[in-house]
Design a protein around this ligand. Structure first.
Ligand code: GLY
Length: 264
């Protein structure tokens, strides 16, 4: 039904880690090239974690020509029966969308953004009743306006948030543990940018990476391993954290949400 976003996250599309993952883009979290074999093991652990929470996972094959290909979140925005195919803001990622669009057209009406638009799916966060859209180095005003126009036709409002230079995407510093609630890393977004939210779990700046989470059914929530303060705060808020080892994927500025596109 238009305007009713199904947040139950029953099925995820993921893509295997590229054999050239060590060449993935990295500006924020990366301190060295990721080790491809360890990244592949961690990606398998990520898939296992989703499956252990009851999520069906469809795995697409790696693209050796696209080191960032596992970050499928950036390639499309999906709601209702529509898949909006993104225009990734970094040229090296632009062609990742073609195989995704071929797959998504089996299940969704496909909508494309104009060539003047730039948009990474990592700049789009659905809060339960609206889309927060980050204006960033990867997402421009044309992208924001075009996505807002499509979303409004389906009954969804949008709010634009300026993504600071301290981070890559909006999803890098912000996620939604349940409708209307945010987990946000201190030192990136200003409180006034999210003043419409009463329920915010602020996590310390030195655990920024852990602000990106995936909330699933029954209070379960995927959280990156190694961030004890965030884990405790999420537990204190009544959720059950499922820890996922992400250290190599982090080296390529990829977070938990980056590695999935939820299609059901
Ligand atoms: N490595 C993820 C990105 O820069 O898009």
């Amino acid at each position: 039904m238009p305007g009713v976003f199904d947040r139950t996250r029953k099925k995820a599309l993921v893509r295997d880690i590229s054999s050239n993952f060590n060449k993935a883009l990295s500006t924020f979290f990366g301190e060295r090239e990721p080790i491809v074999d360890i990244a592949k093991m961690q990606h398998k652990g990520y898939i296992d974690a989703l499956q252990s929470c009851g999520v069906e996972v469809e795995i697409l094959g790696e693209l050796s020509g696209h080191p960032d290909c596992c970050f499928v979140e950036d390639t499309a925005i999906i709601f209702d029966d529509v898949a909006v195919i993104c225009r990734p803001g970094h040229p090296s990622r632009a062609n990742e969308v073609h195989t995704i669009s071929e797959r998504l057209k089996e299940d969704f009406e496909i909508k494309f953004l104009s060539p003047d638009a730039k948009m990474d799916g990592g700049d789009v966060v659905f809060t339960g009743n609206e889309f927060l859209i980050g204006r960033s180095t990867r997402t421009n005003d044309n992208g924001i306006n075009e996505l807002s126009e499509i979303a409004s036709k389906y009954g969804y409002s949008t709010q634009v948030i300026d993504v600071p230079n301290s981070t890559l995407h909006l999803t890098t510093v912000c996620s939604v543990p349940r409708n209307g609630m945010l987990i946000v890393a201190e030192g990136h977004l200003k409180p006034e940018q999210i003043s419409g939210f009463q329920d915010v779990i602020w996590i310390p700046n030195n655990e920024t990476y852990a602000s990106n989470t995936i909330a699933l059914e029954n209070g379960k929530i995927l959280v990156s391993a190694g961030f004890p303060i965030t884990k405790q705060k999420i537990e204190d808020a009544g959720f059950e954290p499922i820890l996922v080892e992400m250290s190599e994927i982090m080296q390529a500025d990829g977070s938990l949400t980056c590695c999935s596109l939820f299609i059901e």
